[in-house]
Each structure stands twice: as C-alpha cells, then as structure tokens.
Design a protein around this ligand. Structure first.
Ligand code: PLP
Length: 499
C-alpha cells in the first residue's frame, strides 16, 4: 500500500467518524492495542504505514473496510455501472452510502483465520514460503482419505444430486445412531440425529437456536474459538471457565461453579480438546455432570476428535453419564477420516428430551431452513463409521500422529523457557512460554514477530480465548522432518527474542 493513499483514506475515515488522533490512542489503550502518539501521527502524515494488526484495529474502529483503508484498490476499481467514485464521493456528486458489517460481529473473534494468518497470506503473495502450523487440516500434510471412502462416494455420486431430508440421509443417520449406541449414549432415535456441513455449521445452528440476548453459556478457556464466536453472534454471553494446565488441562470445577449465575443455560466441553490435546477421564466428566445436574444446565459436548486418542486411553462420551439431562454431542469425519474438505459432521440429541421440546423445535426449524447438508458427504458416513478404522494405525507407536506427538513434545520442551503438558489426543499441543524470560506482554505480537522472522505461522493463545499472553498452539500434523525444521527455527527465535 502507498503511504500517501493510506494517509488520505485514514483522514477521510477519521473525519467521517469524528475521531481525532487522541481518540484512536485512547480506544487502542482501552482495548490493549499498542498504538502510540508518534505512530498515529506518522500514519496521518503519510510517513509510514501500520502493521497488519494495527491496520485491522484502525479499520474496525473507524468502521471501514480494511482493503479500502489500505488503499490498494485503484480508482479504476471504483468504477461501477458507468459512475465514477472516489473514496466515499461520487465524482462531482454527493456522499456515497457505505456498507458496514453488522455490529453483531463487533465482539466476534476467530483468529484461527485472523490477522496473523492474513499477514502470512500477504507474505506468501510476496513470494515467501511459510511453514504453517496453524490449522488442523490433515489433507495438506499427506493424510489421505481411506480409499474405500472415495470409492463409495464415487459410486453414489449420481444418486446424490438432489436435496436429502433436512436432518440427513437414512443410511447416514442409522450409522450415527449405531455409533451413539456403541458410545452408550442413551435415548437416541433416528429423529435425534442431524447431519451438518461440518460440526461448524451445527455449532452455529445450536447456539442460534438457544441463546437470547444476555443468556450465559459456559465455554472453556482455552477453547476452540468457534464456540465463543457463535455464542456471541447469537446474542449470548460466553462465560469462560478455566481449564487448568497444572491438572493436565482438565476443567477447574471450582471455577465452573463460581461462574454459574441464574442466566446460565448450558455448559460446553471440548473433549478431546483443541487446543490442549487433553482427554477427560470419566471422573472429571462425572463431576461436570454433577454440576450440570445441580444447576439444571444443558450439556454441549464437542467430540470431533473422539477417535484420535493415544496411549491406550478410552474416550468416554459425557452424554453416556447423563441420561437424565439434555445433552447434545457433536462429531464428524473431518479429522478421523481426513476429509475436512467434504464437510460432514453431525449432532446427537440425547437424554431428557422432554425438557428441551421447544429448543428442539428451534433446532428443527433452523435445520429445515438450510435445506440439508452436503449429500455426497452424507453418503459415505456408513462406510466411514463401519469396519476397519484406518486412523487407528496413526495413533500407535510407529504411526504418524503418535510419532509426531512424541517428537514435538520433546523438541518443544527442550527449548529453554518453554514447557508443555503432553497431549493425549487430537493433533495439537499448547505450550507455555516463560513470559518473564522473554518479557512477552502481547502474544499476537509474538506470533507476528515469529512469522516475520522465521516464516512460521502458528496461533497465539489469545486466539483460543486464553487470557494470558503465555501460550501458543502448534498443529503437529506435518511430518517429523518438517516439524524438526520448524522447531529448530522456533528454538533459534527464542534464543534472542525479547519483547
Ligand atoms: C473442537 C473442534 N470442533 C469443531 C471443529 C470443526 O469441525 P468441522 O470440520 O466438522 O466443521 C474443529 C475444527 O478444527 C474443532 O477443532
């Protein structure tokens, strides 16, 4: 972007919002964004341009489009239907209406694809190679979909041209129902199963159907941030309970109890956990059930990694311990069958459905409104859930996920100033940084500095609603050679980094 164009647009946006430099500095300080007096005057004076995170802050605060503020769109690109536009004025004419995003999005955070990732994309466009340890997408790392799944989908493709029933194909739901039986989840019929375009769509749908403005829902910290984002977008208040690193990242029961109010409707658990890799034992789940029972809470359990468990451990579905409560259990094939791109997930309603009749009506309504989920992907659920589970071979000694976990855990914890709890499931590790040693106060800055210095992309703890600037998440899906190269660079970075 050009300094001058950026400066002009910044001035236009500031005028339009009636904001002066001092206002921006104050708002930045309130939000914990580092923006000094000298920085802003340099931007306005056209002497320099901001970093990606500051640009995003300015665009959000001034309610303008980030691309526009950057000034990369030429005047040519503003020619629409024969009219010529310059910034927000029709040339020689009147003020132009600008379209802002909904204010409902103002407090929504989804940094798994956020500003650090945007900066990585810009660096890639500039020809740099970035090592990506930021997203749990198995396919690019050589994890192939089982051949049988591809074969069966191909066979059925021509029968999948139309919409299916809104909740999903009979064959898919039958297989999911049988899976629920194996997981000992009680009171599940075909009508209690909903397929979705990934678990993601169903998280959004369930939060929209549940939350009125101001309703509270307990969500773990750290979390998979889509839960917080969807609860917030639905008008609810995400109240974060702590998962305790000292206790293998298990939920802190006292913290959960402290945070329950008369507005709390539900508790979300993510088990196995993203980003920590924790797997909750039966006793921990039982304690959560006891709390939910005492306070009459619904339980939402995200179990998308339930088949990616190591060390001979067993995954227990919390719904199997709570037949008297209303539970919603989520899973899918994105991770266990390495088909994240096909978009297939499901949710299972179980337990005491009588108390949730009205909510279920809401779920049905929203499910009908999106017609159905991807039908070709539904057609292979039966194939995927039955028979030999090829993912198991990755999870035992000699298997890729197991060996990569062993490697990453040792290599990261060998770095002075870095510690970690060894993950038991999924393919993430959430190491802790000794922030005193490196004087780290801003973890997004740490992720940006690492990206710029070492061309490694990972997500800082704040991206998972973790409040201290002392963690980051590594996706250990790449092969050991790639992980080795990355960890060597990370170790070198920490040998000189000081914020
Ligand atoms: C905990 C968790 N839930 C849900 C999802 C989304 O899964 P899907 O691909 O089924 O939308 C992810 C993806 O990373 C995840 O980590």
């Amino acid at each position: 972007m050009s300094n001058q164009t950026f400066a002009q647009r910044l001035k236009i946006a500031m005028d339009r919002q009636g904001k002066k430099q001092v206002d921006l500095i104050r708002i930045a300080a309130d939000r914990g964004v580092k923006l000094g007096k000298s920085h802003i005057s340099q931007y306005v004076g056209g002497k320099t341009i901001p970093r990606a995170d500051i640009l995003r802050f300015l665009a959000e605060t001034l309610q303008v489009d980030e691309e526009w503020l950057k000034g990369e769109e030429s005047l040519e690109e503003h020619k629409i239907s024969g009219l010529e536009f310059q910034d927000n004025k029709i040339l020689g004419g009147s003020e132009m209406r600008v379209f802002k995003k909904s204010s409902k999005l103002n407090n929504v955070l989804y940094d798994v694809r956020g500003p650090v990732v945007d900066e990585a994309s810009r660096m890639e466009e500039a020809g740099m190679q970035i090592l990506k340890l930021n997203i749990g997408n198995p396919a690019p790392f050589g994890f192939r979909t089982p051949d049988e799944v591809i074969y069966d989908m191909r066979q059925q493709l021509t029968e999948c041209e139309g919409y299916s029933l809104a909740q999903g194909l009979f064959s898919a739901r039958k297989a999911i129902m049988q899976y629920a039986q194996l997981k000992k989840i009680s009171n599940v019929s075909m009508d209690d199963i909903y397929t979705g375009n990934g678990v993601s769509e169903l998280i959004n749908l369930s939060m929209s159907a549940l939350l009125d403005n101001g309703d509270e829902i307990l969500i773990p910290s750290p979390d998979y941030p889509l839960w917080t984002a969807c609860a917030t977008l639905a008008g609810g208040k995400a109240v974060h309970y702590i998962c305790d690193e000292q206790s293998d990242w298990y939920p802190d029961m006292e913290d959960i109890k402290k945070k329950i109010t008369d507005k709390t409707k539900a508790i979300v658990i993510i088990n196995p956990n993203n980003p920590t890799g924790a797997l909750y034992p039966r006793e921990i789940l039982q304690q959560i059930v006891d709390i939910a029972r005492e306070h009459q809470l619904m339980i939402f359990s995200d179990e998308i990694y339930d088949r990616l468990v190591m060390d001979g451990e067993e995954h227990v579905s919390i719904a199997s311990l709570a037949p008297d409560l209303f539970c919603v259990t989520y899973s899918g094939l994105s991770k266990s069958h390495m088909i994240a791109g096909f978009r297939i997930g499901w949710m299972i309603l179980s337990g005491n459905k009588n108390i949730a009749r009205d909510y279920i009506e809401g779920i049905k309504m929203l499910s009908n409104m999106r017609l159905c989920s991807n039908v070709p992907a539904q057609s292979i659920v039966q194939t995927a859930l039955g028979g030999h589970q090829s993912v198991n071979d990755y999870l035992i000694p000699g298997g890729r996920i197991y060996e990569q976990r062993e490697y990453i855990y040792k290599a990261l914890t060998d770095i002075p100033g870095i510690s970690a709890v060894k993950p038991k499931a999924a393919f993430y590790i959430f190491p802790k940084i000794d922030i005193k040693k490196f004087n780290i106060t801003d973890d997004e800055k740490f992720a940006l500095d690492l990206l710029r210095d070492k061309k490694i992309l990972l997500i800082h703890g704040g991206g998972f609603n973790w409040q201290q600037p002392d963690h980051f998440r590594v996706v250990y899906l790449p092969r050991i050679e790639v992980l080795k190269e990355s960890v060597e660079k990370i170790a070198d970075f920490f040998s000189y980094y000081h914020q």
